[in-house]
Design a protein around this ligand. Structure first.
Ligand code: GRF
Length: 195
């Protein structure tokens, strides 16, 4: 049977890139998709080192051009089936959202709509959850629209907070959930586009 064409992913990240690393490994194993481009706004981001190591083209973007053009030409050239935000801190400009409707997804380290929005990223999220003595937290994977952490929710998974939970221990639990469920959710979305 003709080998199914591999799906193509573009990953945006600003930080360490542990989610990007997991996604790369996951699709290397199941061979259903390949990463055509890794985009970052941070020259020191670990994710650009990962791109180099994995021989994936990397693109360093700057704010004004991103706001105005979304680097649409470069992104279009990789003809992505999905654009993955894996810890990307800038808002996605409308030009990209319009060019890739329902194809841009983000992962947020909390149970949206709670603990989302501008400034709610990384440890700020876990510190707020812990100081509010929440019983549970978790991850949310959602479609991206023109507002931070706002689009249609695709997937959520919860974890419980222990009595003596700290923001650091909660971050570790959340990263565990992200690394387990983000690649699987991406695969499910890609399979749905096969139909
Ligand atoms: C993750 O916690 C993710 O939920 C958030 O940014 C973080 C990225 O972590 N959007 P990493 O760079 O993938 O390790």
């Amino acid at each position: 049977m003709k080998e199914k064409l591999k799906k193509r992913l573009v990953i945006f990240a600003s930080g360490a890139g542990s989610n990007a690393q997991r996604i790369i490994e996951y699709f290397k194993e199941n061979r259903k998709a390949e990463i055509g481009l890794i985009v970052s706004n941070n020259p020191n981001a670990g994710v650009l080192t990962i791109a180099e190591k994995e021989k994936i083209p990397g693109l360093l973007i700057e704010k004004k051009q991103f706001r105005e053009t979304g680097y649409l030409a470069q992104i279009k050239k990789t003809s992505p089936d999905l654009i993955i935000l894996a810890g990307f801190l800038w808002k996605i400009p409308q030009v990209l959202i319009s060019a890739f409707p329902d194809k841009i997804i983000n992962i947020h380290p909390a149970l949206l709509p709670a603990y989302g929005g501008k400034g709610m990223y990384g440890n700020a999220v876990h510190t707020a959850v812990v100081s509010n003595r929440e019983k549970e937290s978790g991850i949310t994977i959602h479609l991206v629209d023109e507002k931070y952490d706002h689009g249609q929710i695709i997937f959520q998974e919860k974890c419980l907070l222990s009595e003596n939970e700290t923001p650091e221990s909660l971050a570790a639990k959340i990263h565990q959930l992200e690394h387990t469920f983000f690649p699987k959710t991406i695969e499910k979305l890609l399979d749905e586009t096969n139909s």
